[in-house]
Write a protein that binds this ligand. Sequence first.
Ligand SMILES: Nc1ncnc2c1ncn2[C@@H]1O[C@H](COP(=O)(O)OP(=O)(O)OP(=O)(O)O)[C@@H](O)[C@H]1O
Length: 242
Amino acid sequence: MEKQIIPLVYDEDMLKLHHSIYVHCDMTSNPHLAIQGVTGTGKTYLVKQILARIGLYLPTSKITVCDFKGDDSFIFLEDCDRYHRFVDCMNGFNEFYDSFIKRQTRMNTDRNLHILLFDEWGSFLNYLDKKQAEEYRKKLSIILMLGRSFNYHILLAQQRLSAEDFPKVRDNFNNIITLGNPSKEVIGMFYSDIREQIQNDRGLGTGYMLTNGTDFRKIVVPTVTNMAKVEHYIKRAVEYGT
Ligand SMILES: Nc1ncnc2c1ncn2[C@@H]1O[C@H](COP(=O)(O)OP(=O)(O)OP(=O)(O)O)[C@@H](O)[C@H]1O
């Protein structure tokens, strides 16, 4: 499969040298991303940029949005079939999973990129009963394991990526972004080998990024000058092919 490269965030060290250099992500080799950070650290602001860049740079991409919290952040998608909020996230996730299975079983031979944004996966699992939660957890781990070959991708955003919600989270998500200052638990889970590089100096729109478990960098989230444009590219990809 061809490379599918999108710019993600700025490298803070380069920015300090006055080089606005983006850290890029090749979705083909690094298919899944996770973003964590306490409330107000800018997760949604970054998620929107990533989705818009996928829509802009990879114009045959499809996006499915499951926003369990269901506030106004994605309300501009309210007429779209691939936008789901709160309880409807069960349907949204199942539709995404079923379309993945169609590709995997060769009922569908398309190979254009399809990404699922799931906002607050952990809260969603808590909402479900134990048996249902196990079923959804299993389906997610199948996509995380097999999605790459079929161009199926996961983007998760939640306050804290915990081991109960995602076993082997560091192995499953190629890029993990932590916005704001990480807690002791987060440092223990993700940054234990490089603790000395974690300072309590992160503000709005800054954080850390870990790629493939080892490649560590400080990052800065670019400022959006035209949010309407960002939302336009997201909407185009949420509607693509429907
Ligand atoms: N890099 C940034 N530059 C400028 N403003 C930002 C940046 N990141 C976030 N903001 C602003 O900060 C506020 C909080 O951001 P956002 O809603 O993305 O946080 P969040 O982590 O998703 O919060 P929650 O978990 O409560 O949904 C918003 O008004 C957003 O526009």
